[in-house]
Design a protein around this ligand. Structure first.
Ligand SMILES: [Zn+2]
Length: 83
């Protein structure tokens, strides 16, 4: 596992901070999963990311999207917040 860092703001997450979200799998994510099962490998799934407590609730709402779409949406919202 990678050390947890928020996918949106790069905040380092301490123990119990934020959370890991698994997004809808793309074709490439299913390929990765099958490959890992075949080789009994472990690794950070490409469709999972960590989010800090600020960004976790929004990411959770978007977890039915694929990870690239969900992150693009959150980043865009962050930008418009900054004005
Ligand atoms: Zn964050």
């Amino acid at each position: 596992m990678r050390p947890p860092i928020c996918a949106i703001c790069d905040k380092d997450l301490g123990e119990g901070e934020g959370g890991l979200i698994y997004f809808k799998q793309r074709f490439s994510d299913r390929v990765w999963e099958r490959k890992m099962q075949r080789i009994n490998g472990v690794g950070h799934p490409p469709n999972a990311e960590w989010f800090c407590e600020k960004h976790y609730p929004r990411a959770k709402e978007l977890q039915d999207l694929t990870i690239d779409k969900a992150i693009a949406i959150i980043l865009k919202e962050e930008d418009s917040e900054k004005g």
